[in-house]
Design a protein around this ligand. Structure first.
Ligand SMILES: [Zn+2]
Length: 436
C-alpha cells in the first residue's frame, strides 16, 4: 500500500516534509520525498498529514466488567481507531481490578483476538486498589503490564507509596498517579470557587491534587522511579512538576482535552456532563497548563476516556458519575485547544501523542515512522470540518460534553500493523485489482 503526497510528520526523527510512504508486509518499507513508483493500493494523502499511529496512555475500557458493559475492549478499540489511535493503555480499575498476572494476560489476549489496535494494559499498585497490600508488581510487569497505577484512587499511604515506587524503579516501569488526596475531597464534586459556591455543590480544591504531587516528588527524590501525574487540572501542579524536572527528577504529566477546553462555568451550563475527576478548573489553570505544554513540562496528551451509561449522568450533580468519553473526538479537540490559537504546532502536538507517550512506557518501537517499523500510521485531514455527534461514536458510551461542537480536523484513516482498520477516505483510496 502506498500513501501518496502527504505531509509526513515524525517528530521523533525531526521529519516534516511532503512525500510518500510505502507499506509492505505490515512494516514501513520506504519513506521518500520523491514519488515512489508502486503497482498496488494507493491512498492520496494530498493536504493531509501522515503521522505515526496515535497513542493514548489513559483509557478506561471497563472489561472485565462484572456484567455491566459500559464499554468493552472491543467497543473501546473501535472508538480508539475511529479517533486515529493505534495504541491505548487501559486502566486497571475494572471489576475485578487488574491485580494478577492472569488478568493482565487476559486483557492482552482479548485485544489481540479483536485485532483492531494495540492494547497495553496497566496494572494495580495495590491489591483491589484498596491501598492496603502491595500488588505483585514484578509478576504484573512480567505478564505485560506497561505501567503501574491505582487510577481512580490515589495511593494514599506514604509507606505504601514508597514501596510501590521502589518496586517500579526495580522493574523499570512507570508509576501513574491519580492525584487526589481523599481527605480534601470528601463530598467534593466540583472546583472549589465562585461557581461552586453559587451552585452550592461540595468543593474540590486544587490543593487535593497539588499536595499529592508534592508528596510523591518528595518520596521519589531518593528513589528515582519514573513518576507520572495523570489528568492535570490545576495550574499549581504544573509549577510543581516543572520545579522537579529542573532538579532532573524523572517526573512527567499529561493534559486532557476537557481540562484544556472547559472551565467550571460548564457545570452551570451543561450540568453533570461537566462533572470530572479531577474537576474542571478556571481560565488561569488552562493558561498555566498550556504554558507547561509550550515549555515542555507537560509532554503527553491523554484522554482519560471514561465511559458511563447516560443513566448515571442523568442524576443530581452530587450523585452523577465523574468523567467523559474522549477517543472518538480527542484529536479534533486537541487541535482546537492547542493549534487554533497557535499555542504549539502540528509536529509538537503529534510528538505529545506519539513518541512522548511511547517513551514514557518504554516502547521505543512505537510512536515513530522509520523504515522497518511496524506500520502503525494515522492519516489526518487537518481541514476536515465536522460536528461532534456522540450518537455516532464507536464507543458504547455517549457521555460527552462536546456534543454539537464544530471542529476542523479528523483522522481519516487508521492503519494498524499495515492493515487499514478504520477509514473515511472516500475517493482518496484506489484499490488495485492485482493485489489482495
Ligand atoms: Zn484518574
Amino acid at each position: 500500500m502506498l500513501l501518496q503526497n502527504g505531509r509526513i510528520i515524525d517528530s521523533a526523527n525531526n521529519l516534516d516534509c511532503i512525500g510518500d510512504v510505502l507499506i509492505e508486509h505490515g512494516v514501513v518499507a520506504q519513506i521518500s520525498q520523491t514519488p515512489i513508483d508502486f503497482d498496488g493500493d494507493t491512498i492520496d494523502c494530498t493536504d493531509c498529514i501522515i503521522s505515526p499511529g496515535l497513542i493514548d496512555i489513559h483509557v478506561h475500557f471497563r472489561e472485565p466488567s462484572n456484567g455491566k458493559h459500559e464499554e468493552t475492549i472491543e467497543t473501546g478499540c473501535a472508538s480508539a481507531i475511529a479517533g486515529g489511535f493505534t495504541t491505548v493503555c487501559t486502566m486497571p480499575n475494572t471489576t475485578p481490578a487488574i491485580d494478577t498476572p492472569e488478568l493482565v494476560i487476559q486483557s492482552i489476549e482479548t485485544a489481540n483476538a479483536i485485532g483492531l489496535c494495540r492494547v497495553l494494559p496497566t496494572a494495580c499498585a495495590t491489591l483491589e486498589r484498596k491501598g492496603e497490600q502491595i500488588a505483585p508488581i514484578a509478576e504484573l510487569v512480567a505478564a505485560g503490564a506497561i505501567a503501574i497505577t491505582d487510577d481512580g484512587d490515589v495511593v494514599e499511604d506514604d509507606a505504601m507509596m514508597q514501596a510501590v515506587l521502589e518496586q517500579c524503579r526495580e522493574h523499570n516501569v512507570p508509576f501513574m498517579q491519580h492525584c487526589q488526596d481523599p481527605k480534601e475531597t470528601l463530598g467534593g464534586v466540583m472546583n472549589a470557587g465562585k461557581v461552586q459556591q453559587e451552585l452550592g455543590y461540595g468543593p474540590w480544591p486544587r490543593s487535593a491534587e497539588e499536595s499529592v504531587i508534592a508528596r510523591d516528588i518528595g518520596l521519589n527524590e531518593t528513589i528515582g522511579a519514573s513518576w507520572h501525574a495523570q489528568h492535570l487540572s490545576s495550574g499549581g501542579s504544573v509549577t510543581l512538576i516543572r520545579e522537579a524536572q529542573e532538579r532532573t527528577l524523572p517526573i512527567s504529566g499529561e493534559a486532557s482535552p476537557h481540562h484544556l477546553l472547559l472551565t467550571d462555568e460548564a457545570c452551570k451550563k451543561i450540568g453533570t456532563m461537566a462533572k470530572m475527576n479531577p474537576p474542571l478548573r478556571e481560565k488561569h489553570d488552562i493558561a498555566l497548563i498550556k504554558e507547561g505544554i509550550v515549555d515542555g513540562t507537560i509532554t503527553i496528551l491523554a484522554t482519560d476516556h471514561a465511559p458511563h451509561p447516560l443513566a448515571t449522568k442523568e442524576l443530581p450533580f452530587a450523585d452523577a458519575s465523574f468523567g467523559i468519553v474522549g477517543l472518538d473526538c480527542a484529536l479534533a479537540l486537541y487541535a482546537r485547544a492547542l493549534l487554533a490559537d497557535n499555542t504549539i504546532d502540528w509536529p509538537h502536538m503529534l510528538a505529545m501523542m506519539t513518541v512522548q507517550p511511547a517513551s514514557l512506557i518504554n516502547r521505543q518501537d512505537l510512536g515513530q515512522l522509520r523504515v522497518g517499523d511496524k506500520a502503525d500510521i494515522t492519516i489526518i485531514d487537518p481541514n476536515c470540518q465536522w460536528t461532534i455527534q456522540s450518537e455516532e461514536f464507536s464507543s458504547r458510551a455517549r457521555n460527552c460534553p462536546f456534543d454539537g461542537w464544530d471542529v476542523s480536523c479528523k483522522a481519516i484513516a487508521t492503519i494498524y500493523g499495515g492493515k487499514i482498520v478504520f477509514e473515511a477516505l472516500g475517493s482518496r483510496i484506489a484499490r488495485c485489482e492485482n493485489t489482495q
